[in-house]
Write a protein that binds this ligand. Structure first.
Ligand SMILES: Cc1cc2nc3c(=O)[nH]c(=O)nc-3n(C[C@H](O)[C@H](O)[C@H](O)COP(=O)(O)OP(=O)(O)OC[C@H]3O[C@@H](n4cnc5c(N)ncnc54)[C@H](O)[C@@H]3O)c2cc1C
Length: 322
């Protein structure tokens, strides 16, 4: 809503106020680029042309920022009569400065770090990074070449060794290549990481007292922090749907779930077949939970969340918007 308001604000200013040609041209380009980026973000377009969307979002976004800088310079020149601190420190300049800092901070804080790899099964690679100082459920972004970035949840932190690990399931081309490169010993020893971490949607479980966490496959990764170090204020029950849990996710994860977390239900699809939302509902009532958090693929997430909401059971899943 704020973005739409800002868009119209700029449009009305360009039409109704007296501006130099430079301000009008740069303002017009910004308005056009914003419409262009927004159009490529429409879910149907974004899904169909996912990589194109990512490039447009990144490069047109940066171009927009450069044009915004030129736009603000033209605005200042319009008003310029003598050099004073007012020229340097007024609202448009300060807002621009804040925008530039916010955008570049994530890139300034990119580091190349030494990592260790482990592969408990062909379907899962565990990557371990230095430093453990990250809050529950943080997400991290990594890149092997500094160009293509992928986001993962920090699944485990170990304050003794000062390390944190992510789980990378073999879903999608990039990750399948990564798993294959591990087996042929081709992975780089150092990878790029963004030091600034975001928080995933699972962080919202803090708002509830009794939560049912439903994971399929490697969706266990975002749940692990809450299992390893349970929250004092939130009781969680885990429903983990996967193929041969112990075999595919390794001894460490298996023991962590079994020994550290007494409240879990395992559903092995090789034995019991693929479940529907009814299984989730049954476990929800059995465990007297207040709400359900689902970490799965888009199809299962939507199926479960929609089925539960229809029965007035509060349930949440991630938005698949990138
Ligand atoms: C917030 C969030 C964070 C994530 N973090 C990570 C991460 O850090 N690392 C990572 O690797 N992935 C992560 N993921 C990805 C996600 O968990 C996996 O892609 C997903 O769970 C695995 O897909 P899958 O269930 O199809 O996998 P599969 O391994 O194909 O399936 C896992 C199990 O679920 C069953 N299953 C799958 N679909 C259905 C269905 N429609 N109905 C019934 N059963 C089904 C399968 O039979 C299987 O037993 C994250 C996802 C979200 C939403």
């Amino acid at each position: 809503m704020r973005a739409i308001t800002a868009w119209f604000w700029l449009l009305i200013s360009l039409i109704c106020e007296r501006h130099s040609l430079g301000v009008r041209i740069t303002g017009g380009i910004i308005l056009f680029f914003i419409i262009f980026i927004s159009t490529t973000a429409i879910p149907k377009v974004r899904r169909r042309f996912h990589n194109t969307f990512e490039y447009i979002h990144r490069y047109v976004g940066w171009t927009c920022l450069i044009i915004l800088i030129i736009h603000v310079v033209f605005l200042q020149l319009d008003k310029f009569d003598s050099f004073s601190t007012k020229v340097l420190f007024n609202i448009p300049v300060l807002i621009l400065l804040a925008v530039v800092i916010i955008v570049f901070l994530t890139w300034i804080c990119v580091r190349k770090v030494l990592v260790q790899y482990d592969q408990p099964s062909d379907d899962l690679t565990i990557i371990t990074f230095p430093r453990a100082l990250y809050p529950y459920g943080s997400t991290t972004r990594i890149s092997l070449d500094g160009h293509e970035w992928h986001a993962f949840v920090i699944a485990l932190t170990d304050s003794y060794t000062d390390q944190h690990s992510i789980f990378v399931a073999a879903v999608g081309d990039w990750i399948k290549d990564l798993a294959a490169d591990y087996r042929s010993n081709k992975l780089p020893q150092h990878v790029w990481v963004r030091q600034i971490k975001g928080l995933g949607f699972m962080y919202s479980i803090h708002a509830y007292r009794k939560v049912l966490i439903v994971c399929t496959g490697s969706g266990i990764a975002p749940a692990l922090p809450y299992i390893k170090d349970p929250l004092p204020t939130t009781h969680t029950h885990l429903l983990w749907i996967a193929k041969k849990h112990e075999q595919n996710y390794g001894e460490y994860v298996w023991k962590l779930v079994q020994k550290t977390h007494p409240h879990y239900t395992l559903h092995d699809t090789t034995v019991n077949g693929r479940p529907g939302p009814q299984l989730v509902e049954n476990v929800f009532w059995r465990t007297s939970s207040e709400t359900v958090f689902v970490v799965s693929n888009e199809k299962f997430t939507n199926e479960v969340v929609n089925a539960l909401w229809r029965k007035d059971i509060p349930s949440f899943g991630a938005l698949f918007d990138s």
